[in-house]
Design a binder for this molecule. Sequence first.
Ligand code: S3P
Length: 183
Amino acid sequence: MISLVGMPGSGKSTVGRHVARHLGLPFVDTDQRIEQRIGCSIRAYFELHGEAAFRDVEAEVIEEVTHDGTTGVVATGGGAVLRDGNRAALRERTQVFYLRSTPEDLARRLRHDTHRPLLQGSADPLKRLRALFQERDPLYRRCAHFVIETGRPSVHTLVSMVLMQIELAGLAPLPKEATPPRP
Ligand code: S3P
């Protein structure tokens, strides 16, 4: 099983979906799973019940999807690494890829975002992202088996970088055309 961790806007869901499709594996987005469970948007849930209640549901969902041996690729929410139990479940049961982006790149990508509760209403989103990055970067690194520096590449390049790392680490068979010829 492969999982993706990283800051909001780092591309976890998009990259995860493409990687899963390429490998022919099922894909789960924990935020989507959470929204199915709570029956409303995460943003609304934060407003109604607060962050701690959301983190409880998130921990339940991470426990379930990492336990379920049928999940192929898991994209997590940006705060999934905040709880020790989530980090342990991801690290012990999955190969964790950290999509690492700078707060500056994230601010650029998220400038029109209205969904992410932790960034709403902030007068200075870049400052907020810098604070979140400072707190979380060590946690993502601690949880990850592989760190992919995202910089500003296209989704296609990022997907290729993850797939190449998966292949190099022997986590999935090489696609047929890349298999070296027999001697
Ligand atoms: C969060 C990130 C969100 C979502 C929730 C909390 C965070 O996921 O889980 O809004 O704490 O960074 P994305 O990383 O997909 O935005």
